[in-house]
Design a protein around this ligand. Structure first.
Ligand code: SF4
Length: 796
């Protein structure tokens, strides 16, 4: 048990004093932004008369809890001295939610208690000032409280917090004990698994960054989770964050945790799902099962303001929280059960529990996205490890998190914006500002190094009237709320605009789009990573290490090996877990798939596909660099082999279509030929174990399209003194190729072939990126390819 707990005043009152409803819909976006609030604080502090003190630090210990914080303003010369708490709003005080007002008073009272104790005062005047940032008006209220009254209040608040912390501590004692006792759940370590687990443990123990490249079949999920759990047992860390890019990898993490739980581990964990997959209202409205989460899917259509699960959320939360701590394993089913029992929003309940569990499994964006990041990660004193799964995805995901765009083409008329009200008129004014901007330019695309302040101001004018609109009972449709989120992202990215951003103006059909395009999000990743004690970035493809170390923002810690520069992270590369001879790798350099040349080779490609397909009965996938090229080859194939149907990936495959596509590649299904996209949904995160895939043909080196944004990336890296073409094109392309090739061999007993079709695969720049365990065989023409395949399959 801990002798002395520590907490900030803000955290303490948020935990013990919050009551009332969960803010939803427009309420979430109607208040001042964080930066507006900070500005307002500074403004008011400057307005105060001489002799007042601002940002006064206080610390008090009560019943074994050390409380600390900074008081906004103190008037020490007054009798009694005044303790002032400033709160910025966009509405008049009488419109503020009662629960929120109580929270503000609670905070001021706890500060008052600390101040009275610190300076041995018998009485203090507690003052809350609500500052309306739009009207520049202050409304203040005051109450004089004696030290005894403040102490009684503080004792109640502290007791609620300490009761919970003691409960949590009792759980943690037990959790650590079972973590220490835990044995590796699969008995024996697989090849490479022990080495990986040891490296992970060391980096957690010492802090810093580890980049681990481990091929398919290593059992990466358990290799990182097991040592992290042992580190909890050894009291090296308090919490594990398992960060993923996909739902499928979240499920794998859950299976691994459950495996350890089955062995007696008593850790609590929560798996955060997307809101649309957890929301009760969506399901009740549509009487359907939730849609599986996919990145980039549009937001769900729901009107939260009518939701019964938000009403009184914070009143019922404490009891639910306690019950959930006892339940321990907060899978979606468990969260939902308790959410139903206590009539709480299941999504928000899971988010609340993230603070208290030992393991949180969630998407990258809860840590790295400036609009989604949980304040908890900035306030928490817990020692954490972030296990970043499939981390080769993070740099590009992060770039999109730090980009924002707006268009003069407003969403459909169903948004709820109407010209009759001020909000609708301001939205229209913003659209006009966008339409008129750069209207004198001839070029359809213009790139600037600065953001546009006129657009920013017009955006702010929209946000200023949201509260008023909401107060008057205005409602937006889900589409309107979604558009507002886009607006808030744009505003945030404008505020964060850095030298690695560009503003791209695009004009098309009388409409203008402005994009704040992030070329490199490394600086933010680095800052956020540094707040976490230890980070493990792992994937089957993290080479070259210098590229990924830089792009993951992991270049600041001490190195483990002597031959690394001191600012490099620790680096681990494991060998393949299967015998090299189980995988045939054939390079076909006689086909030129550069964009201008590929049309000449289309019929030969069709023949190559047929050679592959007929080399041995089985399932085969052909991966293309683009949908356009895939459709062209598909059309040719239908002429050449109309008797052999092909399953083809579609641009916006719904989940059911994806499942149907994959069903063709199941054991016992007749041999299937499939066409898919390099780096697409069938090229990553899909397991084709055993006979589910005999071979993959990869057409082209997977370079991204040459376009304006890619050339901006290249220029940005060159400006940083880095190899621009490699960073913007070649390295990410080869990561996609290697991920795609990695679908073929998924276990030690699998056998299969990878066929690399493009003259560039024979160039040193690409060949040097081949994994060490590959034994590529060069085939100079079709007949050599057919013979090589036959020889490989004879060896089976
Ligand atoms: S249950 Fe659904 S509508 Fe209600 S607050 Fe939660 S996510 Fe929103």
């Amino acid at each position: 048990m801990t002798d002395l707990y520590r907490v900030s005043v803000t955290e303490l009152v948020q935990f013990s004093c919050r009551s009332g409803d969960l803010p939803t819909g427009l309420q979430v976006s109607s208040g001042p932004t964080a930066s507006e609030g900070q500005k307002a604080h500074r403004k008011l502090q400057k307005r105060r008369p001489k002799g007042v003190e601002t940002e006064v630090a206080v610390t008090q210990t009560l019943a074994g809890l050390q409380i600390s914080g900074r008081i906004d303003v103190v008037y020490p010369g007054q009798l009694p001295p005044i303790i002032e708490e400033i709160k910025s709003t966009h509405v008049s005080v009488d419109k503020l939610d009662h629960g929120q007002q109580q929270l503000h008073w609670s905070q001021a009272k706890v500060y008052g208690y600390c101040y009275a104790m610190q300076y041995d005062l018998e009485q203090v005047a507690i003052q809350v000032v609500w500052y309306n940032t739009l009207e520049d008006t202050e409304h203040s209220a005051q109450q004089i409280m004696s030290r005894a009254e403040l102490a009684t209040f503080a004792e109640q608040v502290v007791r609620r917090y300490l009761d919970w912390m003691r409960l949590l501590d009792a759980h943690r004692e037990k959790a650590r004990h079972t973590a220490r006792e835990l044995r590796f759940p699969y008995g024996e370590f697989r090849p490479g698994q022990r080495r990986m687990a040891e490296s992970v443990y060391r980096v957690i123990r010492d802090g810093g960054n580890l980049l681990a490249e481990a091929p398919t079949g290593t059992g990466k999920t358990m290799s990182v989770l097991f040592p992290a759990v042992k580190a909890i047992g050894a009291n090296k860390i308090d919490k594990i964050l398992y960060l993923t890019a996909k739902r499928t990898t979240r499920e794998l993490a859950q299976i691994a945790i459950q495996k350890m739980v089955d062995q007696g581990l008593v850790l609590t964990y929560v798996i955060l799902q997307a809101k649309k997959n957890t929301c009760f209202c969506l399901r009740e409205d549509k009487s359907s099962e939730p849609a599986p989460f996919q990145l980039g899917d549009p937001a769900p259509s729901l009107d939260e303001s009518a939701c019964a699960y938000c009403k009184g959320f914070f009143d019922r939360l404490p009891e639910a929280r306690e019950a959930l701590l006892k339940a321990g394993h907060l899978t979606q089913e468990v969260i939902e059960r308790y959410a139903r029992d206590f009539q709480l929003c299941p999504f928000e309940l899971a988010l609340q529990m993230l603070h208290w569990v030992d393991i949180a499994v969630c998407d990258y964006n809860y840590v790295y996205d400036p609009l989604v990041r949980l304040a908890y990660f900035d306030e928490s004193r817990e020692r954490m490890v972030a296990l970043v799964d499939e981390s080769h995805n993070l740099p590009d995901r992060a770039r999109s998190m730090y980009s924002g765009a707006l268009s003069s083409r407003l969403p459909a008329a169903t948004t709820g914006f109407s010209r009759k009200d001020l909000l609708g008129r301001r939205v229209q004014a913003l659209a006009r500002v966008l339409r008129r901007s750069r209207s004198d330019e001839d070029a359809s695309e213009v790139v600037l190094a600065e953001p546009d302040n006129t657009v920013y101001n017009a955006c702010q004018r929209v946000t200023e009237v949201i509260s008023e609109f909401s107060e008057k009972g205005g409602r937006l449709t889900p589409e309107g709320l979604e558009w507002l989120k886009t607006l808030y992202r744009y505003l945030k990215i404008h505020e964060l605009f850095a030298p690695s951003h560009r503003t791209i103006w695009t004009r098309q059909d009388r409409h203008t789009e402005v994009e704040l395009f992030c070329c490199d999000a490394t600086r933010w990743l680095q800052v956020l990573n540094e707040k976490i004690h230890a980070k493990v970035f792992f994937s089957a493809t993290l080479s070259p290490p210098a590229f990924y170390s830089h792009r993951l923002g992991a270049m600041s810690d001490g190195a483990m090996t002597d031959d690394c520069p001191p600012h490099w992270p620790k680096w681990l590369a494991l060998d393949a877990t299967f015998p090299a001879e189980n995988q045939g790798v054939f390079v076909l350099p006689f086909i030129d798939l550069r964009w201008h040349a590929r049309a000449r080779f289309e019929s030969r490609i069709v023949q190559l596909i047929d050679i592959l397909r007929t080399s041995k009965a089985g399932h085969y996938l052909v991966f293309f660099p683009s949908y356009g090229f895939m459709n062209q080859i598909h059309a040719l194939w239908q002429q050449y082999r109309p008797d052999i149907p092909v399953v083809v990936q579609t641009t916006d495959s719904k989940d059911t279509e994806r499942e149907a596509f994959l069903a063709h590649f199941s054991a016992g299904h007749p041999p299937t030929l499939g066409f898919a996209i390099i780096g697409g949904v069938f090229a990553e995160g899909v397991d084709f174990e055993g006979d589910r895939l005999s071979g993959a043909m990869i057409l082209g080196v997977g370079l991204p399209q040459f376009n304006l944004r890619q050339s901006l990336l290249k220029a940005e890296f060159e400006q940083q003194g880095l190899p621009g073409f490699d960073y913007a094109y070649r390295y990410p392309a080869m990561t996609r190729v290697l991920q795609t090739a990695g679908r073929v061999i998924r276990s030690e007993t699998d056998r299969g072939v990878v066929v690399l079709v493009d003259s560039r695969f024979n160039h040193a720049e690409y060949r040097t990126r081949f994994p060490n365990h590959w034994q590529p065989e060069l085939c100079a023409q079709e007949s050599a390819f057919a013979n090589a395949l036959a020889a490989f399959w004879r060896g089976s």
